[in-house]
Design a protein around this ligand. Sequence first.
Ligand code: ADP
Ligand code: ADP
Length: 232
Amino acid sequence: AAAARAEGLVKIYGSGQTAVTALRNIDVSFPRGRFTAIMGPSGSGKSTLMHCLAGLDTVTSGRVYVGDVDLSKLSDKQLTQLRRDRVGFVFQQFNLLPTLTAAENITLPLSIAGRKPDQEWLRAVVDAVGLASRLSHRPAELSGGQQQRVACARALVTRPEIVFADEPTGNLDSRSGAEVLAFLQRSVREFDQTVVMVTHDPTAASFSDEVVFLADGQLVGSIPNPTAESVL
Ligand code: ADP
Ligand code: ADP
């Protein structure tokens, strides 16, 4: 099964004269172990699509699945649980807690869920993200690229079905951005993680396996990226 998919997804914000149709009948599937980039003009529905797929936003009609789970069948409580255990999210603004160390930020989703870290997995993620020597630092003592890598490690720490990243390199210079992208790419190659990333930046998109294009709330095409492997 796909890590996540949408069938006939429609999202309308508001109602009546002021209604905005953000997504018009989207069918899309994100296979396991693939790094997909979503591109498209501002306002084309990229963030809305990710929010609906991640269960952060309700849909107007159609269906959204994470793994085999139909999100429309879940109670609010089950949906919260699914978001916590099976979905990772990386935001443009990092969203780290300033008073916690890098290590505490990374393991926060486990603390919230009352789960013990799987030490082997934690070490693998911390090694891959290249932050072993920065774990006791607070966010203010880290560069932007390091902060975003902490946020990526945090998104991966629960071994989620799928990680969504909304413009993860939007606030970074190109070198820091490349470090974050290399880590996301490595998580797909080494851990068989599924990653979906919204980006405006063609260089960022070149790290992905496939680019899908949105325009005016519709999928208008996709291209596989045969060169992604060689970027690392
Ligand atoms: P993108 O991420 O591609 O820039 P968005 O998903 O943010 O696009 O927005 C798609 C459309 O939905 C835009 O017209 C936007 O103004 C509208 N929109 C997004 N969020 C809301 C909201 N919470 N309320 C009303 N309209 C929204
Ligand atoms: P992005 O394009 O990166 O999603 P936006 O500035 O479009 O950034 O949206 C930022 C936030 O504002 C999002 O949570 C989005 O849902 C919300 N939003 C976007 N457009 C509207 C709108 N027309 N009305 C209300 N909320 C909106």
